[in-house]
Design a binder for this molecule. Sequence first.
Ligand SMILES: [Cu+2]
Length: 367
Amino acid sequence: MTTILILSVLALVAIAIWQMTKIFELSQLKVETSQIANDTDNKNNGYMLFAFMVFTYLITIFSFWKYSKFLLPDASSAHGEEYDYLLLVSFAIIFVVQFITQFLLHYFGYKYRGKKGNKALFFADNDRLEFIWTIIPVIVLAGLILWGLYTWTAIMDVNDDDDPLIVELYAQQFGWTARYGGEDNVLGAANVRMIDINKANVLGLDEADTYAADDVIVKELHLPVGRKVNFKMRSQDVLHSAYMPHFRAQMNCVPGMTTEFSFTPIKTTDEIRQDPDVIDKVKRTNVIRAERAAKGEDNSDPWEFDYILLCNKICGKSHYNMQMKIIVETQKEYDEWMAQQKTFAETVLIDEVKPAFNTPKGETAGL
Ligand SMILES: [Cu+2]
């Protein structure tokens, strides 16, 4: 609200200054009334163009200096490094090219500004120049696209080699539920039509399917480090998008179909917490939280970094809150955690009592 007020005041002040300048101009005895630019106009425009170039360079340097710290830390998945490298090379090429072309554009605009009596010299065409500025982008773009396609195909190759862990990510307004295949690592059949809230069968598992009995349904995603995970995404209602930024993974969740993504986590939660970028981010966040705590505001308890699964499609009014914690741990820790979880048979088929799914400490089960 305060920001809107400040912006409104600034806008009104700008309008007032503009109007006053107009009045001042009108009150002057007009000397120059021509609509055609003269040397002074051209000179002023030339200087302004040059100043604009300096401004864009300065704001670029400022943005790098000020905002680089908000970038994601190094990737925590096996394919992430190659993905980041591709992005870095693409950005580096774009940056260098735009740096040079912006300079040429603005500098020549300034240097060859209109002067009375000056006549422009121009080439009608120049085959060699045109060839050069066509063939260079063609080679560079073809290289980038081929490399991108190759990387994309490798990342999107979801297969069952190397005994991957099978995990379902189930999206609904506004939360995530994860399901493991259990002992047999096979997900039981499921369909939204089989959802039975009275029996707390919230994911619509087929109770007659023997594969479903040992499935484990949780509200906190645990992954063993170094093991490939094949995710199978479903959505109950609208289009969602499973986004795991630290693993450089994103896939739409589409009602009526199953989509897939696969990656291998390579850093445990404990390891990523030791990353200098992450330590710095946690420190900065906790300074803000401490200030809040001093004022007695909400969300002021110290924050600890965790991997996260977010929804990356604006899917409704509580979209911003659609997230699930991801914990990457050693195989031993994972096995211990999994041993404590109840299977679908234990929670729904036998007991038929709530909670419907295993909930992390301090949270309650619910839809
Ligand atoms: Cu969503």
